[in-house]
Design a protein around this ligand. Structure first.
Ligand SMILES: *Cc1c(COP(=O)(O)O)cnc(C)c1O
Length: 408
């Protein structure tokens, strides 16, 4: 069954600057607020809450569009979908530290193999709805791949710029899915500058993280989905690998919207922003008690998806972390790779490095007391582990010779 054809009301009232709170018109192309900060989509939550029940929701098809009332697309014909399945929550009993259950939400099952599909199916659907014909984006890989796929499906032209050392598979999948892609000898913020400065000449729409309002709404569905999967009683702690922070900001927005319509109550999960110690601007700002982060110099980590030296939504990430009584923490590459190996060999779960960072952070923070072993915790595996370079496996057998069974 497919519910993308069913027209349902949407409840968007306006857009709002995440910092200053001033209002902007929806239903027209918008980027950042006058203050240069991300715009958040606001809904008539009273009407929204009155229009749907948990029971009605439970009977809908198992995909992201089941949350249609909470989403901005007004007309069903504008929905650009590649089958955004609900992603499973998998228990990791061997890796949990104590009595509190440990889970991983496996976002690698989504189209294009990463949760960037959530944000980009929404942003591209809205681009279609608003008549945008050409899009450009800086990416560390997965966002560009998702953009390429959804935009090709929508018949929108795309230009994608990624750091030269982006995983090879990402660059090729971007090209294979119909985007024009370039490798840039810099980091994602350098790629972002190329996109920003080209807007006038190239007449493209800048779809950089949080520089348009709708990717957050797509990522918000992680929070809606988690709440529904946990029977509207959320776990104690969520560990999120944080780059631009769209998902963390989006989930926090979802929880607050659900709280306002009365679908969840009690304390919300503590949001933990996990970064790599080679690129940890949010951790630095959190520790220093700052509202905004400063540009991280010489960023490096094996977890390409969280190698983001500067995030335009920094204050929204830090606000969510603080409001939720969570914190920000960093793990080093060695711990990330060790955690990936541990999850794969002990639980049969091959994580992406960014997902493995959340596992490493969980163990680190249980050890230093910021997470209790009795708290339930959810990790995020944001992409399939198959997209990333793996350690070599190069043993061979010569089948023309006797097999040396005793040495296997
Ligand atoms: C983009 C990405 C992240 C970071 O997500 P944000 O919501 O932008 O912070 C983490 N892991 C992977 C695999 C990604 O592609």
């Amino acid at each position: 069954m497919d519910n993308t054809n069913v027209d349902r009301p949407t409840f968007v009232t306006h857009l709002e600057c995440g910092l200053a709170g001033d209002s902007y018109e929806a239903d027209t192309v918008q980027r950042l607020s006058q203050a240069g900060k991300p715009l958040l989509v606001r809904y008539d939550l009273e009407q929204l809450g009155a229009s749907i029940s948990k029971d009605a929701l439970a009977r809908r098809p198992s995909d992201l569009w089941r949350y249609r009332e909470f989403l901005p697309v007004r007309r069903s014909e504008n929905i650009v979908s590649l089958g955004e399945v609900l992603t499973p929550v998998v228990a990791l009993p061997r890796l949990q530290a104590g009595g509190g259950q440990l889970y991983v939400k496996d976002e690698g099952r989504l189209p294009t193999g990463s949760f960037k599909a959530r944000g980009l199916c929404m942003a591209v659907s809205m681009a279609k709805e608003l008549g945008i014909r050409r899009i450009a984006m800086p990416t560390n890989g997965n966002a560009g791949a998702a953009l390429a796929a959804y935009a090709s499906r929508a018949g929108i032209e795309t230009y994608v710029f990624c750091p030269a050392d982006t995983p090879e598979i990402n660059v090729r999948e971007i090209a294979a899915q119909g985007a024009k892609v370039w490798r840039v000898n810099g980091l994602i913020n350098d790629c972002g500058r190329i996109v920003g400065q080209g807007v006038e000449t190239m007449q493209w729409f800048d779809l950089s993280t949080l520089k348009e309002p709708y990717r957050i709404e797509g990522k918000k569905t992680m929070g809606l989905e988690l709440a529904e999967q946990f029977s509207w009683k959320l776990p104690d702690v969520i560990l999120y690998p944080t780059g631009g922070g769209t998902g963390l900001i989006g989930m926090w927005k979802a929880f607050n919207e659900l709280k306002q319509i009365g679908w969840i109550d009690g304390p919300l999960p503590r949001m933990v922003a996990v970064q790599a110690s080679g690129c940890a601007p949010m951790v630095q700002a959190y520790d220093a008690g700052e509202e905004f982060a400063t540009l991280w110099q010489d960023a490096h980590t094996v977890a390409a998806g969280i190698r983001v030296p500067a995030a335009v939504g920094d204050f929204l990430i830090l606000r969510a972390v603080r409001e939720s009584q969570g914190f920000a923490t960093a793990v080093d590459d060695q711990a990330i790779l060790a955690a990936r190996e541990k999850a794969a060999t002990e639980e049969g779960f091959l994580m992406c490095p960014e997902g493995a960072a959340t596992l490493a952070a969980y163990h680190q923070e249980v050890a230093n007391g910021r997470i209790s072993p009795d708290e339930s915790a959810v990790l995020f595996n944001c992409a399939t582990g198959l997209k990333y370079p793996l350690p070599p496996a190069d043993q061979t057998i010569d089948c023309t010779q006797p097999v040396p069974y005793d040495t296997l």
